[in-house]
Design a protein around this ligand. Structure first.
Ligand code: ADP
Ligand code: ZN
Ligand code: ZN
Length: 752
């Protein structure tokens, strides 16, 4: 409880500081309901409050003795919605830390962590209807019950033997007529309907795996490195420790998570398992379910509101002992948390990129582990340079997993010079020959290209016109199957024209997308069943899984796809991986582009091979002498990372500095840039941080709005944070701020 500071007026009943879901970067003060003291309303409980002309649901974050608002202007809470806190103290603290670190309105951060129904004020507890016997009913049963109503008599006798009562839903499992009989005996006063919290009543329910009759699978004998890793994590139980588990795809990282989680469960604690969005495949879930005999709650972005609410309650009640989920699951309520694991910690889906609070679930997970004093395991074949740097500094303990003896040898990487070979439809001669060779030898082929659609450009061969998006600075992508032009930036679509929009001459698609590469390969290898995997062919986890299964069971021989093929699965039958174009990653204005390229190549290469047969990986490029590609080919990800970290140190990029990016967009470039110039001016003449910009974004006009940004940099996290605190308050008050949409991105991943 804080003492009233100067300028605050104290209130005898105390003041509640409430997080309301609104864009204000602060908590709002309310009085307790009439006749109550603020201290009697628990932190973490929801309250209904008057908010402007309407009412809103908020969460009590703190108590205070007074408020800066004059007493007369303070309004009172209308109702307390939870007797017990909905969010416990630890979670509330984590959410507040997140709001303050990412400089996002606390009400929005807290609201986003609560399922929609609870946000709207619904009861936190799931409720069930029960039927229980009354004293009159006991008397009637002793007298033998109603003789002429056999169903009512049976039910009464049964209730007499069940003093705790029976769930109304369970009556449906009895012979027909039980429900009318229940109504009849309730009417006679022999039984009554009650409503009870479902959470409490079923706490002792059987573990899900056993209840479903699933046999638990036998784990493989751990390797020495796996045993060491598990022992190290286990030894950290009960206090904070961060581990970086580094091992090639298939080296057994998931085995380590499974064993570490099992140890955590044996201690009576619960575990949080974070996976990237695309990694949450049914297969992975099955693997956890088959190994851990406890209830699990699964949280990901494709759940309906009802499913999310159910999973959230499972987690909060402690019934689910393992919570497994994607980004936002880092805020799941987990009583008795004992361990956090973050699989593929380098994956960009952990960072909220647009809309809402731009947090990194990996970084929040590390913070959560610190607060809860539990170990956290970050796993990857290609750790983020930030994480490798933390390991070098000793902040994270490195747990390396070498290839297992029974695992495929490291894939062989080769660069194919696009300038030195004949190229047909984007495929160099040596690559097409290799595909033929591998198919003939019964191998499978994985072709990676980070561009969906048929072709990235539609060109007039007479006047040079290129089909543009009218709302963006982008070219429209040709989607031939859908007979459409699509903008990959704003989603606009148009019918596919056959003639030039300017001179009426014939147009032709230029360049390669997955659709076109698939078409070319299907024509070249008509006997090899081919599948394509990108956002156009698969939207949900089930569709992705179906494609992956076709490759696993051999019904597909060639798979052409985007980023999606680089994640999640190991394909033992794949003997050749072709990377169609590495060059986008080499010459980007984004300092992270090279890191992403290296991660993609290593990840996709790691999907291939079985037994002694190493996978072959061919990377097409126009710059085979580029030092990054050379480092990767000759020394693997470690050599690349060492070189890239040196470059970052020289250029003062993260992890050798801290960044924040102020983004703005407006209908006009003048408004967007004007706001950012005013924001820059707020920093004063000699700002303690380095300010770069404002500049227009690389793709400046998107969906009819002009995007621009101002970059802030400082070597120290604390200094940058302190600066942002004071500066943002001034930025918020700028008159220019009202003419633009703006957002701050702390530790941005994408700075283009
Ligand atoms: P990663 O998570 O690093 O990709 P996994 O844990 O999924 O690796 O392991 C890849 C495959 O190897 C799985 O089928 C797994 O069951 C198996 N595996 C893992 N560890 C061992 C081991 N010690 N002995 C035998 N098989 C193992
Ligand atoms: Zn033309
Ligand atoms: Zn567009």
């Amino acid at each position: 409880m804080s003492a009233p500071s100067p300028g605050t007026e104290s209130s005898p009943a105390g003041v509640l500081r409430v997080a309301v879901d609104c864009p204000l970067r602060r908590l709002l003060d309310y009085l307790p309901p009439a006749g109550q003291r603020a201290a009697d309303l628990p932190r973490g409980a929801r309250v209904r409050v008057p908010f402007g002309p309407r009412s809103a649901v908020g969460v009590i974050v703190a108590h205070a003795q007074g408020s800066a608002l004059a007493g007369g202007r303070l309004r009172a809470v209308t109702a307390l919605l939870d007797r017990e806190p909905l969010l416990d103290a630890a979670l509330l603290e984590l959410l507040q830390w997140t709001a303050s670190y990412y400089h996002h309105p606390p009400g929005e951060v807290i609201a986003a962590a609560i399922p929609a129904a609870l946000r709207a004020g619904q009861s936190a507890l799931a409720e069930e209807e029960w039927l229980e016997i009354t004293a009159a009913g006991v008397g009637a049963s002793l007298a033998g019950g109603p003789q002429r109503a056999p169903r009512q008599r049976e039910l009464l006798m049964m209730l007499a033997s069940l003093p705790a009562g029976i769930r109304l839903a369970q009556l449906d499992a009895l012979p027909p007529g039980a429900r009318p009989a229940a109504r009849a005996i309730a009417k006679r006063g022999w039984a009554r309907l009650t409503v009870r919290a479902a959470d409490a009543a079923t706490a002792a329910a059987a573990p899900a795996a056993t209840a479903r009759g699933t046999a638990l699978s036998t784990p493989p004998e751990p390797s020495a490195a796996q045993s060491l890793a598990v022992a190290a994590i286990d030894a950290a139980a009960g206090h904070y420790g961060a581990f970086l588990l580094q091992g090639a795809p298939g080296s057994g990282k998931t085995e380590v998570y499974l064993r570490a989680v099992a140890r955590c469960l044996e201690r009576g604690a619960s575990a949080l398992v974070l996976v990237p969005e695309i990694g949450l495949t049914p297969q992975l879930l099955e693997r956890f379910r088959a190994r851990l005999p406890v209830r699990m709650a699964v949280l990901h972005s494709a759940l309906s509101d009802g499913e999310r609410l159910a999973a959230w309650r499972e987690a909060r009640s402690g019934r689910a002992r393992v919570v497994i989920g994607t980004r936002s699951a880092v805020f799941a309520p987990i009583p008795g948390l004992g361990l956090i694991t973050v699989d593929e910690e380098h994956d960009s889906s952990y960072k909220q990129q647009e809309g809402g609070c731009r947090y990194s679930a990996r970084d929040v997970a590390v913070r959560r582990a610190q607060q809860a004093a539990v170990p956290v395991v970050l796993g990857s074949a290609t750790p983020a340079l930030e994480s490798l740097h933390n390991a070098r500094l000793g902040r994270y303990r490195l747990l390396p997993l070498p290839r297992r003896a029974d695992q495929a040898a490291a894939p062989h990487l080769a660069l194919i010079d696009l300038r030195a070979h004949a190229v047909h439809q984007g495929l160099a001669g040596p690559v097409t020959q290799a595909i033929g060779r591998h198919l003939a030898a019964d191998g499978q082929v994985l072709v990676y290209l980070n561009r969906r659609g048929y072709a990235p450009t539609l060109l007039c061969t007479s006047c040079g016109w290129i089909a543009p998006c009218s709302e963006c600075d982008a070219r429209l992508t040709v989607h031939r199957e859908a007979a459409q032009l699509r903008c990959h930036w704003c989603g606009a679509t148009a019918p596919l024209p056959t003639r030039c929009g300017r001179c009426g001459f014939a147009v032709k698609p230029v360049g390669q997308g997955t659709e076109r590469i698939a078409e070319t390969l299907a024509a070249m290898f008509p006997d090899a069943p081919l599948l394509r995997l990108d956002r156009d062919t698969a939207r949900g986890a089930a569709e992705i899984e179906a494609v992956m299964n076709a490759l696993l069971d051999g019904s597909a021989r060639i798979l052409v796809g985007t980023q999606m093929v680089t994640k999640g699965h190991h394909f033992p039958g794949v003997s050749l991986v072709a990377v169609i174009n590495a060059d986008q990653g080499l010459f980007s204005t984004d300092f992270r582009a090279a890191e992403r390229l290296a991660q993609t190549i290593v990840q996709v290469a790691g999907r291939a091979g079985r037994g002694a047969r190493a996978g072959e990986v061919m990377i097409q490029t126009e710059y085979p002498e580029h030092p990054l590609l050379q480092g990767l080919i000759n020394g693997g990800y470690e050599a690349f990372a060492a070189g890239a970290l040196e470059e970052r140190a020289t250029a003062r990029w993260p992890p050798f500095s801290r960044l924040a990016l102020l983004r703005a967009s407006a209908r006009s470039a003048a408004d967007a840039l004007g706001f950012l110039r005013a924001a820059r001016a707020c920093a004063g003449d000699r700002p303690p941080v380095r300010l770069l910009g404002p500049v227009s974004a690389v793709m400046a006009r998107r969906a009819g709005r002009h995007h621009a940004q101002l970059l802030l940099e400082h070597a120290g996290r604390g200094e940058l944070q302190r600066f942002l605190d004071a500066w943002l308050e001034r930025v918020e008050g700028l008159p220019e701020a009202r003419r633009v949409r703006w957002a701050l991105d702390v530790d941005p991943l994408d700075i283009q």
